[in-house]
Design a protein around this ligand. Structure first.
Ligand SMILES: Cc1cc2nc3c(=O)[nH]c(=O)nc-3n(C[C@H](O)[C@H](O)[C@H](O)COP(=O)(O)O)c2cc1C
Length: 365
């Protein structure tokens, strides 16, 4: 196999490009992988994604083929998910999708911090809009893959109309998605995180559950349950988290995704404090793991947790499971470590756990 195609050799090229352009290029590549079986086989060989172990796990009534998923934001418009699935992901979450198309924030809005294996983004939900994304979800699906759709409301929608937007998004995606995620934790759109409040999140969940009932009736009682997950920010204070959780449990969500990016800058050079946006990648890891542990303690098993934030290695993923997550998701790790990270994670999480090794790692960090 020509070594020039190894990710470590491609990275110097990619890292010199504007981050959004490089991402766009990666998506075009993955879309082609989804279209061409020979390219898919080649990528699988290069990334060691062949003959992955089966590691089925039941979460929120869904049968996930393994514990590793792609986090929201990587394939916002469902352009490339069929190709990305070649890496063995058990689930892929597309979006955030808004009902109507919108451009997001002005550029520049995405920064790399390679010395910390981190990204800062303030994209602000650029989206091609729900109808186009729903069309892209139709058609053949890689066997076993669970497909989630992360939904958000359009900029400038008055708060009174927001629950209605979520209900409409539900109805657009219900026939094509396996689960929906309500994204109330984006730090890049003013006023967005207010929807993490108890009353607010309940209002959204009630609207979504009503839409789910309507859809069940419309489909003659045959509609699947379609679980609803809520994605949270790691920046919630303990009191805010208690408040949100009450709303989430009473609102009847089926799971929690923790976490989104942080507005904090742990361990980063002060100049990054001036750059507004959400931080992801290695510096988010411990913040997110601690948040999951707190969440797990509060929930006492009432809802499943999907752990995301700074997973750059199999050990990081194991820590998320140890903290109480049932599944994990990755975004920034894929950017810095390359595609081979995904099969590595799947293999390591499917292998029998080694608590001593984990305990040792904890005490030495
Ligand atoms: C460029 C970028 C765009 C993102 N867009 C979204 C999004 O649209 N919706 C969402 O829920 N999360 C979004 N996220 C957050 C990720 O899904 C994930 O929660 C976060 O990056 C932490 O995981 P990581 O450290 O593995 O990247 C985005 C993250 C990045 C880096």
């Amino acid at each position: 196999m020509p070594r020039v195609f190894e990710y470590s050799r491609l990275w110097p090229l990619l890292s010199r490009m504007d981050p959004e352009r490089a991402h766009r290029l990666a998506l075009v590549f993955w879309r082609e992988v989804g279209r061409r079986p020979w390219l898919r086989r080649w990528v699988q060989r290069m990334a060691h994604a062949q003959d992955l172990p089966r590691d089925p796990v039941q979460v929120a009534g869904l049968a996930f083929p393994n514990r590793v998923g792609l986090a929201a934001g990587y394939d916002k418009d469902a352009y490339a998910w069929r190709g990305l699935a070649a890496l063995g992901f058990g689930h892929i979450e597309v979006g955030t999708v808004t009902l109507m198309p919108q451009p997001g924030n002005p550029r520049p809005r995405l920064w790399r911090i390679p010395e910390h294996r981190a990204l800062i983004n303030r994209l602000g939900f650029p989206s091609k809009g729900a109808p186009l994304v729903a069309r892209r979800l139709q058609g053949p699906r890689p066997p076993g893959l669970i497909l989630g759709v992360n939904i958000g409301h359009n900029h400038g929608v008055p708060p009174k109309a927001v629950p209605e937007q979520y209900a409409r998004l539900f109805l657009v995606f219900a026939p094509w998605a396996d689960y929906l995620t309500v994204n109330v934790s984006c730090p890049n759109v003013p006023g967005y995180q207010q929807w993490q409040g108890k009353k607010e999140v309940m209002r959204l969940l009630v609207a979504l559950r009503q839409a789910r009932e309507a859809w069940r009736r419309l489909s003659g009682g045959n509609g699947r349950g379609l679980p609803i997950f809520v994605k949270l920010s790691p920046d919630l204070s303990p009191a805010q988290l208690d408040d949100t959780l009450e709303g989430i449990v009473r609102g009847g969500a089926e799971g929690i995704i923790a976490t989104n990016t942080t507005t904090r800058r742990p361990g980063l050079d002060p100049r990054w404090q001036q750059v507004p946006g959400g931080l992801s990648g290695a510096p988010l890891r411990d913040l997110s793991t601690q948040f999951i542990a707190d969440l797990h303690q509060r929930l006492q098993g009432r809802l499943p947790i999907i752990g995301v934030g700074g997973i750059m290695s199999p050990e990081d993923a194991q820590e998320k499971l140890q903290a109480g997550a049932q599944l994990v998701q990755v975004f920034t790790g894929l950017v810095y470590e390359g595609p081979a990270l995904i099969p590595r994670l799947i293999r390591s999480l499917a292998a029998p756990k080694q608590p001593e090794a984990l305990a040792q790692r904890r005490s030495s960090s």
